[in-house]
Design a protein around this ligand. Structure first.
Ligand code: ASP
Length: 319
């Protein structure tokens, strides 16, 4: 009798705890661009899949333990920043002058607080510097030397600019100088935690062969990144100038807010608009219920998702 009561209690507890657990999870991107099966070796493909999966697992574990969407976004992006595979952190592309200048931003959908850095040259993890700007200053965006000095003052890991020098990106710069090529590879993450709070973040090295001092959409709130619990969390990747002119991330939120569109319809409409204007790229967008979309108009986009009710999924090509 006593035994069956214990078993019953345990089963009751398990079923209650399952019911009380909110839907949570995250969506990531590792950049959109000319990514085709023909141009990808099996080895490289496996490396991308493994690193995207590791990033998703990092964020998922934080959310599973009841951590915030902000913590998940920051930690997930750091995994991709530390990998030479992506155009963010370690794998950042080069400016036309042969230096690396990095941009990043983060936004909290619950409070609408946001932080960003632009053109940093010595911060190992720009996404963490962006979060520090959000939490430790009255400002939203710090740029250039002021942002580097701030990150140092905050005790973040500082590296020489040469840390960002990778042979692969240097060759891209050389190629770009011969003939304009485009290189995408920005990273981004949107997450929903158990409390129902959304957050978004984006980190990039920008565009290969960009003018020094050029700032893209990634650190611009409303262009490359946006989050509001009332609508959605968004991170974009593509030709930043088009994303800034189109206020792409906020446009998705606005269409959901004013036109009551679903996140899928709003995100697709904004990518269609990008196409009409001649821009390339893609977005990841998620609403407060964990419904999401990952549209893009390029040949491929490194992307993936992992939710409490779904398997970890990683995709690269259009299909
Ligand atoms: N959007 C980034 C920028 O323009 C580049 C990218 O996503 O690849 O800086």
């Amino acid at each position: 009798m006593k035994q069956s009561f214990i078993i019953f209690s345990v089963l009751f507890y398990i079923s209650c705890s399952n019911f009380s657990d909110e839907h949570f999870g995250l969506v990531i991107h590792g950049g959109a661009g000319t990514i085709t099966r023909e141009n990808m070796s099996a080895e490289k493909e496996a490396e991308y899949i493994s690193k995207l999966s590791a990033a998703l697992k990092t964020g998922y574990e934080i959310l599973e333990k009841g951590g915030s969407s902000l913590d998940a976004v920051e930690a997930t992006i750091r995994v991709m920043e530390d990998s030479p595979l992506f155009n963010a952190g370690k794998g950042a592309v080069f400016t036309g002058e042969g230096t690396n200048e990095l941009d990043a931003s983060i936004m909290d959908g619950e409070t609408h607080q946001a932080g960003a850095v632009a053109g940093v040259k010595t911060v190992k993890n720009p996404i963490t510097a962006a979060r520090k700007v959000m939490e430790e200053t009255q400002h939203v965006l710090l740029a250039g030397d002021g942002a580097d000095v701030f990150a140092n003052e905050q005790g973040l890991e500082i590296v020489p600019n040469s840390y960002f020098h990778t042979e692969r990106r240097f060759k891209s710069l050389m190629k770009a100088k011969e003939k304009e090529i485009e290189k995408h590879g920005t990273v981004g993450c949107v997450a929903l935690d158990k409390k129902g709070n959304l957050a978004a973040g984006t980190s990039t090295g920008g565009l290969t062969n960009k003018r020094w001092g050029r700032v893209g959409d990634s650190p611009i709130i409303g262009a490359g990144t946006y989050a509001s619990n009332e609508t959605c969390a968004v991170s974009g990747t593509g030709q930043g100038e088009y994303f800034i002119r189109g206020s792409v991330a906020y446009d998705i939120a606005a269409q959901m807010d004013y036109e009551k569109k679903s996140v899928q319809d709003a995100a697709q409409a904004v990518v269609d608009k990008l196409t009409d204007r001649g821009g390339t790229g893609g977005v990841i967008a998620m609403d407060g219920k964990g419904s999401f979309a990952m549209p893009f108009n390029t040949e491929g986009m490194y992307r993936g998702y992992y939710f409490s009710d779904s398997e970890l999924t990683v995709k690269i090509y259009k299909d």
